[in-house]
Design a protein around this ligand. Structure first.
Ligand code: AMP
Ligand code: GLY
Length: 426
């Protein structure tokens, strides 16, 4: 079959890599892709937000399955549009994806479904928001309602930081309309985990657990990013917790959505805060996490195409999904300046040498080809992913590979997955 993957990050490279292993797949197209994806699929220069362009491409090229990587096209209704045109597409509809593109909607759904989450209030006036901050006191978490590329959340330790976040989002409109509404919530403590499931709206199949590393610097210091690395499994997600998350989060949420006339299909991601087996939901995403997809797809034994087709055809409960016992780790290498303004067009060396290390695959994110060089073209550049018998071995393999890679100004965290080994770095 012919498959079209939409997106250009490490997650999409991992999807392309995994789909290459399926006997069902003949041609893989990726819009727009990156330099690494171009080695394994045919890249087409159509942006993810150009829904009509993607639809015409899919029709003209007889695409049998379209898989949507990032949230933006989902929020723009790509699934509704493709389904309306009789095409097969993997992902939630726009009304279901609202769980991610409106944090206020997600919080309302959690309240309606009795899903444990931080106490919150929603504001459309910066004056009222600042009044609430003064009354409540800090720490508080300020969240832009809409999509902000993983940068619309500020954990404010001081009243000044909280007020500045309100001013940036609501008055200076740093994220445009996405910040005209904000959610302010209580600050929770604990360990975070990324909990993803496959669902066709009825059956819920959990993926193996993962933990992301959101902050830019070692030991969780510095500003939030899209994610600087991830590993699987995350010891904080015990079997008991998994049952609890299914019963107390996903089941009530899917039935709550049904009451609103929404049938959620695709990948659903809950960002969890876990403290002493107590769980709270921080957010929902309507897609695979990035970088979590890289270590998770590394551990998936089953054919991803079969899973996606079963979801589209509402028969997820009929299939068996298998995972590898080994552990996996993904270390993200970023450009100088990321998550702020970052440098571009730096030549990358050592990619082949890195992949010679046992169990390693280098997934590309912000890369491009210039003459014969692969150059940097984004904030997060590469996701060096490794398998190992356990987390320790996977970490060793990943960092051995990272050391082979060089570009000017590159930076990465040296403590990915060390939490799982109860280690820290100086
Ligand atoms: P979100 O996009 O809502 O997951 O927020 C991004 C990151 O901000 C999370 O991964 C947490 O590290 C942090 N965060 C969000 N909400 C809270 C909260 N209520 N308490 C503490 N940290 C939070
Ligand atoms: N890594 C977090 C996310 O994909 O939203």
């Amino acid at each position: 079959m012919n498959v079209l993957i939409i997106g250009s990050g490490g997650r999409e490279h991992a999807l392309v890599w995994k789909m290459r292993q399926s006997k069902k797949v003949r041609n893989i197209f990726c819009a727009p892709g990156n330099a690494g994806i171009a080695q394994e699929a045919e890249c087409v220069n159509i942006l993810p937000e150009n829904i009509n362009g993607l639809l015409s491409f899919a029709k003209e090229n007889k695409i049998d399955l379209t898989v949507v990587g990032p949230e933006l096209p989902l929020s723009l209704g790509i699934v509704d549009k493709f389904e309306g045109a009789g095409l097969r597409v993997f992902g939630p509809t726009a009304s279901a994806a609202r769980l991610e593109y409106s944090k206020a909607f997600a919080k309302e759904m959690m309240a309606k479904c009795n899903i444990p989450t931080a106490v919150f209030k929603t504001f459309t006036s910066s004056h009222e928001a600042k009044k609430y901050i003064k009354e409540k006191g800090v720490p508080l978490v300020i969240k832009a309602d809409g999509l902000a590329a993983g940068k619309g959340v500020v954990v404010a330790e001081t009243v000044d930081e909280a007020n500045n976040a309100i001013a940036d989002m609501m008055e200076k409109r740093a994220f445009g309309d996405a910040g005209s509404k904000v959610v302010i919530e209580d600050c929770l403590k604990g360990e975070e985990a990324s909990f993803m499931v496959f669902t066709d709206g009825n059956a819920i199949v959990p993926m193996v657990s993962a933990q992301d590393h959101k902050r830019v610097f070692d030991n969780d210091k510095g500003p939030n990013t899209g994610g600087m690395g991830a590993y699987s499994p995350a010891p904080v997600v015990s079997d008991t917790l998994t049952k609890k998350v299914i019963n107390e989060v996903f089941k009530p949420l899917l039935s709550g959505l049904k009451k609103e006339g929404i049938n959620y299909k695709g990948v659903l991601y809950a960002g969890l805060m876990i403290d002493d087996n107590q769980l709270h939901v921080l957010e929902f995403n309507c897609r695979f996490g990035d970088p979590e997809a890289q270590p998770i797809l590394f551990r998936l034994k089953s054919d991803i195409i079969e899973i996606m087709e079963a979801i589209i055809d509402n028969r997820l409960s009929d299939i068996n999904i298998e995972w590898k016992q080994e552990a996996s780790v993904c270390v993200v290498i970023a450009s100088k300046g990321y998550p702020g303004n970052y440098e571009k067009e730096r030549a990358i060396e050592g990619l082949n040498e890195a992949e010679e290390i046992k169990g390693v695959k280098v997934f590309h994110a912000g890369t491009a080809k210039k003459d014969n060089d692969i150059i940097t073209a984004g904030g997060r550049v590469l996701g060096v992913t490794a398998l190992g018998a356990d987390i320790k071995e996977a970490v060793e393999n990943a960092y051995k590979a990272v050391e082979k890679i060089k570009f000017e100004g590159m930076h990465y965290r040296r403590d990915i997955a060390l939490k799982a080994l109860s280690l820290t770095v100086n």
